[in-house]
Design a protein around this ligand. Structure first.
Ligand code: FRU
Length: 524
């Protein structure tokens, strides 16, 4: 075979691979797609086109399902579908065909999925429990006509472990009582009452509904008109019970996304801790607004349903973007990624309860090379690039810093030869963490993106700071103080960051422990 014949042969082989069934044959294509600029290497993003909220996250038969708001015809938001991916380990994802398409009742907005273990719906087959998705229908015709009742709740069933979905013929299963924002149902089984509970975002509060069979729903109660932040519309609730760490008691936690009105602009997720008796959710008397993430890029996140009791974790994932600029970010073929999956834990501190976030332990399998840095005093800037031997643009850091100086301003800086810089750190004078992407690269796609340094108060005054940080090509996830303060922020450097420095100005700090890991890509 001469070299021309060889090229033709390879071309035919590649083309025939693209056309055969999904799975391994498309892998060469996937790895090229996932090499484009700003493409996250260990976060989920769709191969192409627009994605927003995670939806229908459910674990069944060894597989974590992730559905997501998807518009397959454009890189900006449009008629919503549910895209679908599946993972055996919460780290590597296989793309599956679109699960739900818009129909005569409307677009398919956000919602949830559950395993109907007892076949309460009667929609199961051959003694296998069905997977049930409950989602919002958004009727664009009704909206255009100026009606109030254009959002209703629909149901779809899968009897083949989520591969294919059939919409319930009597949809919607919950009609609209005449309220414009009436969406994002999250459903769970409430065992003490032997019934399903649905939390629904209703403009400025949530409504709780119950059902014996997922098909017929009864209003139970409202929560929230007088609670938390109301600077925007309430969206994507999630109510679940959590054990308090180091204690025997459990509390109920309600996650609630709000847009706009986030602590640092645009969209963000607040939460409430309280009790639930099968009818009413009652927040603890301390009604101060708490934020799950202080960064600008973690929205509409909810937790997986049906994680087995032996695992027992509450696992969360959010949309790593912000409605302020999500549709303008400078990626070409696709838009948006998800956060890494996180384990949530509930801690009692200062006579109150706080949700802490941690990267799920499964992510540790991505660690490739590990470098420990000697303990040292940091004064000014210390360039660690040569010592860590790998680029910081796909890296995990676990750091312990001791602050001896009450005025020190310290943190980590990533930069590149183009002069782009990103900093995340702590200011002792204000007792605040901060994220500074004001010089991080491409900024001009939105006035809102790089205009300010964002901050978050630190709850503790302790001199020891433990930070767990994950940097991907276009994002940082910063977990400080045992996951109590979290910043998720995206950025778009003109080229990948290549240099990493630790810095401390206005005083010195001691770097006590520092481990850096290069991370494998999940797509290659
Ligand atoms: C949140 C949200 C949801 C809605 C969906 C539409 O980001 O606005 O309330 O169901 O996105 O795509």
């Amino acid at each position: 075979m001469n070299s021309f014949d060889l090229r033709i042969f390879l071309l035919i082989a590649i083309l025939s691979c693209i056309q055969c069934k999904p799975g391994s044959p498309v892998e060469p294509v996937i790895s090229t797609v996932y090499s484009d600029s700003h493409r996250p290497q260990f976060h989920f993003s769709p191969p192409e086109k627009w994605m927003n909220d995670p939806n229908g996250m459910v674990f069944y038969n060894g597989a974590y399902h992730l559905f997501y708001q998807y518009y397959p015809d454009s890189t900006v938001w449009g008629p919503m579908h549910w895209g679908h991916a599946v993972s055996k380990d919460l780290v590597h994802w296989d793309h599956l065909p679109v699960a739900l398409f818009p129909d005569s009742l409307g677009y398919i907005f956000s919602g949830s999925a559950v395993v109907d273990w007892k076949n309460t719906s009667g929609l199961g087959k051959d003694n296998h429990p069905p997977l049930i998705a409950i989602y919002t229908y958004h009727d664009p015709v009704g909206e255009k006509a100026g009606r109030n009742d254009y959002q209703t709740q629909g149901l779809a069933v899968s009897t083949d472990e989520g591969k294919t979905w059939t919409k319930y013929p009597l949809n919607p299963v919950l009609k609209n009582p005449g309220i414009k924002d009436f969406r994002d149902p999250k459903v769970f089984w409430y065992d003490p009452g032997k019934k399903w509970i649905m939390t629904l975002a209703v403009h400025d509060h949530i409504s709780l509904y119950s059902s014996p069979d997922l098909l017929h729903w009864t209003f139970e109660s409202d929560f929230g008109k007088e609670h938390g932040s109301h600077a925007g519309v309430w969206e994507c609730p999630d109510l679940f019970q959590m054990k308090v760490e180091g204690d025997t008691i459990s509390k109920w936690v309600l996650l609630l996304s709000i847009n706009p009105g986030g602590p640092n602009g645009g969209s963000a997720t607040q939460y409430f801790v309280g009790s639930f008796d099968g009818k009413n959710f009652v927040a603890d008397s301390n009604t101060q607004t708490k934020w799950l993430d202080q960064g600008r890029d973690n929205y509409a996140g909810v937790t997986w349903s049906d994680i087995p009791a032996v695992d027992g974790r509450r696992i969360f994932l959010g949309w790593m973007s912000n409605w302020l600029y999500g549709m303008k970010v400078p990626t070409e073929k696709w838009r948006s990624a998800m956060t890494i999956p996180r384990e949530l834990k509930l801690h009692r501190e200062h006579e109150d309860y706080y949700v802490h976030s941690f990267p799920v332990k499964e992510l540790e399998q991505l660690r490739k090379k590990e470098i420990s840095i000697d303990s040292q005093i940091i004064s000014g800037e210390v360039d660690l690039t040569l010592q860590i031997e790998f680029p910081p643009s796909q890296m995990e850091a676990v750091i312990e810093i001791i602050r001896s100086d009450q005025t020190a301003d310290f943190g980590i800086e990533l930069s590149n030869a183009r002069g782009d810089k990103y900093r995340i750190g702590y200011n002792s004078v204000t007792n605040e963490y901060y994220s500074d992407r004001t010089k991080s690269g491409k900024l001009d796609f939105s006035n809102e993106f790089g205009s300010k340094i964002v901050t978050a108060p630190r709850l503790s005054e302790a001199p020891i700071h433990t930070w767990h940080i994950l940097f991907d090509k276009a994002s940082v996830e910063f977990f400080a103080d045992d996951g109590n303060v979290v910043f998720t922020e995206i950025f778009f450097p003109h080229e990948d960051f290549t240099t990493m420095k630790l810095y401390s100005s206005n005083g010195t700090v001691a770097l006590n422990k520092a481990k850096f890991f290069s991370l494998n890509s999940i797509w290659k």
